[in-house]
Structures are given as C-alpha cells and as structure tokens.
Design a protein around this ligand. Sequence first.
Ligand SMILES: Cc1cc2nc3c(=O)[nH]c(=O)nc-3n(C[C@H](O)[C@H](O)[C@H](O)COP(=O)(O)O)c2cc1C
Length: 182
Amino acid sequence: MKAIGIVGSPRKNGNVDTLVQAVLDGAKEAGYQTKKYYLNEMKYQGCQACGYCKSHESCRLEDDVTNLLKDIAEADAVVFGSPIYFHRFTGQFDLMMDRMYSLIDTGFKSRLPPGKKAVIVTSQGNPDLPMFERAANEFAEILKFLGFEVTEIVRMASGGAPNAVLERKDLLEKARSAGRAL
Ligand SMILES: Cc1cc2nc3c(=O)[nH]c(=O)nc-3n(C[C@H](O)[C@H](O)[C@H](O)COP(=O)(O)O)c2cc1C
C-alpha cells in the first residue's frame, strides 16, 4: 500500500508540512509506504488547455508534475496539503490541481481506479477557523468527482508562525490518527 503527501506551502517544516507528515507517519504505522512531494521545489507548468488529455490518455506536458500525477494514479491514499493564501490554496497548489484535469477522460469521467482515499490539510493565519473553510470544502468536491473518498480534513487556524502547529498536540494527533485510519 502506498500513500503520498503533497505539500503546497513554500515553508518547509511549516504547519502544513508538519501536519502532512503527521498523516504520513500514521499511514506508515498502518503499513503504508510513504513519499512526500514539495511543490515549491518542483518545476512545472499549469494546464495549457490544449485538450490533448481528452484525445489521449495523459497530459502532453512532461515535467515534475507528470511523475506526481503518475504517483497519484498508483497511490492508495493521497494527503493534499496547502496553506490558505487570500481565501484559497497557494498558487503552487492550484497549478498542480489544474493539471489533475488530465485525470478526467473524454466523457468527463475519472481515469483513476476507484477506492482511493484522501486527506486534506490546511493552515491559515486567521484565528477564525470557519472563515476560510471554503477552499478545502471545494477541493473535497473536486476529489470526490475524481473518485476519491475524502476521509478527513485537518484544518489549522492561527498558523502565522511556521512552528505554531507544535503547540497543537490535538491537531497533530488528529492528523496522525487520520493517517492510521487510511
Ligand atoms: C500570500 C499570503 C496570503 C495569505 N492569505 C491568508 C488568508 O487569506 N487568510 C488567512 O487566514 N491566512 C492567510 N495567510 C497566512 C497563512 O495561511 C498561514 O501563515 C499558514 O499557517 C501558513 O501555513 P504554512 O506554515 O504551512 O506555510 C497568507 C499568507 C501569505 C504568505
């Protein structure tokens, strides 16, 4: 069994990274092999709207997201993590998300095999947690459309400092147990 984590924050070891890692640690305990991608360290383009993926099986672009998309297709579970930037996920994350369009076939059905599980992780600076929950909720709908079962959304507020999460033992445990339950 394979679980991959995707970190959409540019802050390595920041709140999202730490929470994604906690989910992966839990998944490891449950017997998964794990791997983590840092989008900020990868070179890739956004979707070019060329339509190639609707007349062929995959995206025409060949870059670092090509391998990630292959890994998503093979993985049993995926942890998607991003901070909230201006009410939505980061640009790094959104560019990757648009490339997931190539996981949809000509008939607008998912190309992914069924049975995949997903956990979403977000962190925001604002202490008002519900204020920015729309981004994760909308992304959960996209994942459901792609055939994922979204088993948990781990949301953190007051995450202005990159290590604020270390004080949040409750959230770290929630993330780890989400991983264990995959
Ligand atoms: C460009 C930018 C935009 C941001 N926009 C928001 C926002 O709209 N709402 C919010 O609560 N926090 C916002 N933040 C704060 C981050 O969401 C917060 O610091 C988050 O915990 C960072 O996660 P990380 O530690 O994983 O990088 C913004 C930060 C940056 C750099």
